[in-house]
Design a protein around this ligand. Structure first.
Ligand code: 4NP
Length: 163
């Protein structure tokens, strides 16, 4: 099984959006994710501010426009066990990378990657910016980046794994 964890700070805006969007793309390609499938997708935050909460209303509303329902997701904080359990730990920004590398065991650090590195059509964009304190247009931009990053990561997975 391939296990993928999307990570941001609060786990209420960017990473749950990535989880939902990626799951939708898998499904559109005839691939189911879950405990009993070949692929398992989840998201987590490096911070604990919003643990147990559903995704931010603004993220949910934009995702719904594209047919992605985030309503059932609940924020959680990344754990040490996640570093052992997941194969790909995809960070939304450099702060997420730093925060994870500070606690991740050395032999698992190679699993931590910048999510946008997989986006093939966003030259120069390396991070999905934190939209939390900004306006709604920031959320639209985040959705667009996440959509492109998920396309690129799915291509990468298809090219490098049997799914
Ligand atoms: P996220 O956005 O990391 O994309 O979930 C944030 C949500 C909440 C906060 C920061 C970022 N916060 O500081 O409360």
């Amino acid at each position: 099984m391939i296990k993928i964890l999307f990570v941001c700070l609060g786990n209420i805006c960017r990473s749950p959006t990535a989880e939902g969007v990626f799951r939708q793309k898998l499904s559109q390609n005839g691939i189911r994710d879950g405990y009993l499938e070949n692929i398992f997708v989840d998201s987590a935050g490096t911070g604990a501010y919003h643990v147990g909460k559903e995704p931010d209303r603004r993220s949910q509303d934009i995702a719904l426009k594209y047919g992605v329902d985030l309503n059932d997701l609940k924020a959680r904080r990344i754990t040490l066990q996640d570093f052992a359990d997941y194969d790909y730990i995809l960070a939304m920004d450099q702060d997420n990378i730093q925060d994870m590398k500070a606690i991740c065991p050395p032999d698992q650090q190679h699993k931590i990657k910048l999510f946008m590195e997989y986006a093939q059509d966003c030259p120069g964009i390396t991070e999905v910016p934190d939209p939390y304190t900004g306006g709604i247009e920031g959320f639209d931009r985040v959705y667009d980046f996440i959509d492109r990053g998920c396309n690129g990561f799915l291509k990468y997975l298809f090219a490098n794994n049997k799914l």
